[in-house]
Design a protein around this ligand. Structure first.
Ligand code: ADE
Length: 279
C-alpha cells in the first residue's frame, strides 16, 4: 500500500483491528494507515455506504478491510457486532474507539435530550465497546484499545456536553488500564486539538470562520492533520507502546498550554504537516 506511514510495513501483519467511525476523517486515516501496515481493518459505523467507500479505497491500495454497521449507543447491537466480527475473523487484536459526535451550542441552549444524546454516543458508546471487546475476547487473549478524547484541558466553551463526556472517557481509560492489566490489555487515549478533518465540514460557515481565527492562537499557527492523529493512535497500538497504559496524548500543537501572557508572533516554523496520503 502506498500510504506513507512512518511505521514498519508488517507491523500489524496477521492482526485484526476494529476502527469505529471508520467511514471518514480521523477514523478513515487511521484505518488506511493500519491496513498499510498489514492489519485486517474492521470498519464500524452507522452508515454502510461510507464504510464501503473506505473499504474499497483500502482494497484499491492493496490492503484488507471489512465493514459492519452498528450504532454504538445500542447495547444489543454492540454485543452482536463483536459476536459477528469474532465469528468472521476469530480474533480481535486492537480496537480504536473513534466514533463520536457533538454539536456547537452555548450550554444554556442545550436540552436534556441533546446533552444525553452526546453523552450516550461518546461516553456510553465507548464504554459499551470497551466492555464487549473485553468480555468477548480481550479478557482471555489480551489486546490494545485506543479511545478518542478532545483537547478539553481548560474546558471547552461551546461544547459542554462533549467536553464532559470526553473527560469521562479519559477517566474510564485510567480505570480500565488498571482493572484489565491482568489480562494483558493496554488502553490509552488521544486528545486531538484543531484538526483539519472532514468532520469540520459538518459545522456551519460561521463556525468555520471562527476556526480560522482560532488558528492564530495555536503556538504552531496551523491546524493538525488527520495523519498526525492517526500516527499517534498507531503508535499506541504498536509494541513500541508496550509499557504505556491509562495515558492520554494531546495532539494539539501546544494549544492547550498557551495563554495570552506570551505573545507568539506569526511564524512558519512549526514542523511541516505530516500527510500520509500525499504521494
Ligand atoms: N458515529 C457517530 N455516532 C455513532 C454511533 N452512535 N454509532 C456508530 N458510529 C457513530
Amino acid at each position: 500500500m502506498n500510504y506513507r506511514s512512518i511505521f514498519r510495513a508488517d507491523l500489524f501483519a496477521g492482526q485484526t483491528i476494529m476502527v469505529t467511525g471508520g467511514g471518514s476523517g480521523i477514523g478513515r486515516a487511521t484505518a488506511v494507515e493500519l491496513a498499510s501496515l498489514g492489519a485486517h481493518v474492521v470498519l464500524v459505523g452507522r452508515t454502510a455506504e461510507k464504510l464501503t467507500a473506505v473499504a474499497h479505497e483500502i482494497s484499491r491500495l492493496g490492503g484488507e478491510a471489512s465493514t459492519f454497521t452498528c450504532n454504538i449507543r445500542e447495547e444489543a447491537q454492540v454485543q452482536a457486532l463483536f459476536a459477528a466480527v469474532l465469528a468472521a475473523h476469530g480474533a480481535l487484536h486492537g480496537l480504536v474507539n473513534n466514533a463520536g459526535g457533538q454539536f456547537l451550542s452555548p450550554a444554556e441552549f442545550i436540552s436534556q435530550k441533546g446533552f444525553h444524546a452526546v453523552v450516550e454516543t461518546n461516553l456510553t458508546g465507548t464504554f459499551l465497546m470497551c466492555r464487549e471487546a473485553y468480555s468477548q475476547y480481550m479478557r482471555d487473549h489480551g489486546g490494545v484499545i485506543v479511545n478518542m478524547l478532545m483537547e478539553n484541558w481548560r474546558g471547552f466553551p461551546g461544547m459542554v456536553h462533549s467536553a464532559a463526556a470526553r473527560a469521562g472517557i479519559e477517566n474510564l481509560t485510567k480505570t480500565l488500564a488498571v482493572e484489565w492489566a491482568r489480562s494483558g490489555v493496554r488502553i490509552n487515549a488521544v486528545a486531538p486539538g484543531l484538526i483539519e478533518s472532514s468532520g469540520l465540514d459538518n459545522y456551519p460557515d460561521v463556525a468555520k470562520q471562527f476556526i480560522q481565527n482560532v488558528v492564530q492562537d495555536i503556538p504552531f499557527k496551523r491546524m493538525g492533520t488527520e495523519s498526525e492523529t492517526a500516527a499517534a493512535i498507531v503508535f499506541l497500538l504498536s509494541p513500541g507502546a508496550s509499557y504505556i497504559s491509562g495515558e492520554s496524548i494531546r495532539i494539539d500543537g501546544a494549544s492547550s498550554l498557551w495563554r495570552k501572557t506570551w505573545e507568539i508572533e506569526d511564524h512558519n516554523n512549526a514542523p511541516p504537516p505530516f500527510n500520509g496520503f500525499e504521494p
